[in-house]
Design a protein around this ligand. Structure first.
Ligand SMILES: [Cu+2]
Length: 170
């Protein structure tokens, strides 16, 4: 009796912590309802001289019928990664850290100049153009996604991310 009570209290604590993900799954009966996520165009820019941070971009595609919420990212060999967004405040472009980014069901979110981006700090060794570094994405339902980030130069990144209203693929 006592054991059961303790167990349910512990469960309640855990569940309240993950309440948003629980709510998202409410009504689903499948036991393995893992979000089907795809990550593409993962790149991180080399650090510029005398700069303490650099920036990473990627696209997360959510193929599932359940929203996915990214809460954290880590990059191999970097002490710290933050999720940032750019926003316009009173006509000024402002950058701020965000707690999470939600990718709605059957939609995608691109981390790109002027929008969401990963801010990376404190490399243990310099990032070199052409390297690949393991990127881990953490989601609020406990899922993790592993991928490789390509280290690119500022020039390559600028060339790729020229503002364009059209898709320049193919
Ligand atoms: Cu930033």
């Amino acid at each position: 009796m006592m054991t059961k009570l303790c167990f349910s209290m512990a469960s309640a604590l855990v569940f309240s912590f993950f309440s948003s993900s629980l709510a998202a799954h409410a009504g689903h009966e499948h036991d393995a309802d893992v979000a089907e996520l795809e990550v593409t165009n993962v790149q991180v820019r080399e650090f510029l001289p005398a700069s303490s941070s650099s920036v990473g971009y990627l696209t997360i595609i959510n193929h599932s019928g359940t929203p996915a919420t990214l809460t954290k990212a880590t990059l191999e060999g970097l002490e710290r990664v933050e999720i940032h967004e750019h926003s316009h405040v009173n006509g000024m472009m402002k950058m701020q850290q965000v707690e999470s980014v939600t990718i709605k069901a059957h939609e995608s979110v691109s981390f790109q100049p002027g929008g969401y981006h990963l801010m990376v700090f404190d490399p243990q060794e310099p990032l070199k153009v052409g390297q690949e570094r393991k990127l881990t994405l953490y989601f609020n339902d406990g899922n993790r996604l592993f991928t490789n980030a390509q280290v690119v130069s500022l020039e390559a990144q600028a060339a790729q991310s020229k503002p364009s209203k059209h898709h320049a693929h193919h």
